[in-house]
Design a binder for this molecule. Structure first.
Ligand SMILES: NC(=O)c1ccc[n+]([C@@H]2O[C@H](COP(=O)([O-])OP(=O)(O)OC[C@H]3O[C@@H](n4cnc5c(N)ncnc54)[C@H](OP(=O)(O)O)[C@@H]3O)[C@@H](O)[C@H]2O)c1
Length: 254
């Protein structure tokens, strides 16, 4: 494949900036854009063989609708969105280029791609087959293909249930009115770890977590399961039945 440049819309911050550095480290020329950068989408799509959309979820579809029609035939349009069904559909609908959905299953705080999982959703691929999977694999990433619908189903648990539970505990903690500084004096190592996750989730990029939860097509099913689990526990607590609660837990994990 002849040399090509990579453009990352949203490459000035977050995971887009992380991958800009990564691809530069692999020898590629990378151009980035954000809301205030000089490079516009006309120029980026003209000079870049690959354009990656890595903007907040709430503006992803409108950015795809803007960039998609500008993509040249034979070029590659990708995205890093944490949900896949809608963005992949939009990329297919709005462009005549090749299309690859990609979800790096890590955040910009990791030091290396080695050992990280990356989900790929090849949607319209011909000459770009194998790129960028080979680049990621060469550096030790676990790269796998998945259909967008299956990806979003899995994310309803990995992200939906997981962040939902963290945020619920964070809100409940606040609702108790407890003084956190005082609480920390009583902390156990297990609680320290949990509190660390709650503080990270509830004070960083909260819009991302909100979009990941509310935008997932399977999330209501997950919330119903969560509510049902909580109400089964509440019921057994009300009945003061620790034996039944222990039995419920051990039976579930057999
Ligand atoms: N953060 C993660 O852990 C993570 C992991 C995997 C996937 N993702 C996905 O990656 C995408 C970006 O998330 P992020 O957390 O990296 O976001 P972020 O830290 O908020 O960064 C967003 C980037 O998008 C740019 N941007 C914002 N609004 C824009 C607009 N209207 N037009 C063009 N550029 C715009 C920002 O640039 P300026 O501020 O310079 O305008 C910035 O470079 C999301 O789809 C998310 O689901 C995130």
């Amino acid at each position: 494949m002849e040399a090509f440049k990579i453009g990352i819309i949203g490459g000035t911050g977050g995971i887009g900036a992380w991958f800009a550095d990564f691809f530069k480290g692999e020898g590629y020329t990378v151009h980035v854009s954000g809301r205030t950068t000089a490079m516009g989408l006309d120029e980026m799509t003209r000079i870049c063989g690959v354009v990656i959309v890595s903007v907040p979820i709430n503006v992803t579809i409108s950015v795809i609708e803007e960039v998609g029609p500008k993509m040249k035939e034979g070029s590659l349009l990708m995205d890093f969105t944490s949900l896949k069904a809608e963005p992949v559909r939009a990329m297919l609908d709005c462009s005549r280029s090749e299309v690859m959905g990609c979800h790096p299953l890590f955040g910009p705080d990791v030091a290396s791609i080695e050992g990280q999982n990356i989900a790929m959703c090849p949607a319209r691929i011909d000459r770009w087959s194998g790129w960028p999977e080979e680049v990621f694999r060469k550096r030790g990433a676990n790269v796998f293909d998945v259909a967008p619908k299956k990806h979003d189903e899995m994310m309803s648990i990995i992200q939906g249930l997981n962040h939902l539970d963290t945020i619920t505990m964070g809100l409940a903690l606040k609702e108790t009115g407890v003084d956190l500084a005082e609480l920390k004096k009583f902390s156990t190592p297990f609680f320290d770890t949990k509190l660390d996750i709650i503080e990270k989730t509830c004070t960083n990029n909260t819009r991302l977590y909100a979009d990941i939860i509310t935008g997932n097509p399977d999330i209501l099913k997950i919330i119903e399961i969560y509510e049902k689990s909580l109400s089964r526990i509440k019921d057994l607590v009300e009945k003061n039945d620790p034996e039944a609660l222990a039995e419920l837990i051990s039976r579930s994990f057999k």
